[in-house]
Structures are given as structure tokens and as C-alpha cells.
Ligand binder design. Structure first.
Ligand SMILES: [Zn+2]
Ligand SMILES: [Zn+2]
Length: 107
């Protein structure tokens, strides 16, 4: 047995769906970043680990900004990672859906 079965369980649970259109998200890795991509609306979900790496790798605090933004609007969407209600954060040139509970961002 060993660890094989544990790995299998983890992989099965981590199937995430797009908060907007419910399409299954595919984990994509690039040289600089990784995110869960939606093939339907081209959205990308970045989890808390990815948010930290994003800042470091792209040298921008745009995602931190979206979390610290006080101008947030409620949305009808739910976080694919923890099922919490997500909020719209308007950071000027773009609108990001954020989950404050697990610090995931979708844009
Ligand atoms: Zn989508
Ligand atoms: Zn969440």
C-alpha cells in the first residue's frame, strides 16, 4: 500500500470547478506561475500559495491590492477551493474575484 493511496485521494479531492461557469479547472504550470485555468471563460484561479509566488515572480502587488481593497462587492459566486462566497474587488483596470477565507483569486 504505502503512500500511493493517499496521493490518489488528494488528487481526487482537488478537482476544482470554475466559480463562474462550473467548468472543471485544469492546473497549468508555466515557468513563472501556476494556476487553475478554465477553458470556457479563460479565467484563472490562483490559490494562496500561488498568490505569494505571483508577487515574487511578476514583481507586482496587484493581487495583494485586490485583497486589501476596501471597495469590494458581493458576488453570486462561490470559491471552488473552500466554498466561501467570493467578492468582487475592483482594482482600477481589472476586477478580481477574491475569497478572503482561503485567499484565492480568480480573474
Ligand atoms: Zn470559467
Ligand atoms: Zn476560498
Amino acid at each position: 500500500m504505502g503512500y500511493g493511496i493517499i496521493e490518489w485521494i488528494c488528487v481526487t479531492i482537488i478537482v476544482m470547478k470554475c466559480p463562474v461557469d462550473n467548468t472543471e479547472l485544469k492546473l497549468k504550470t508555466q515557468e513563472k506561475a501556476f494556476g487553475y485555468c478554465c477553458s470556457h471563460c479563460d479565467g484563472v484561479l490562483i490559490d494562496s500559495k500561488g498568490v505569494k509566488e505571483f508577487k515574487h515572480n511578476f514583481n507586482t502587488n496587484i493581487l495583494e491590492k485586490s485583497f486589501n481593497n476596501i471597495k469590494v462587492k458581493s458576488s453570486e459566486y462561490y470559491c471552488p477551493s473552500c466554498s466561501e462566497n467570493m467578492e468582487y474587488s475592483d482594482i482600477g483596470d481589472m476586477e478580481v474575484l477574491i475569497c478572503k477565507k482561503c485567499t484565492s483569486a480568480f480573474f
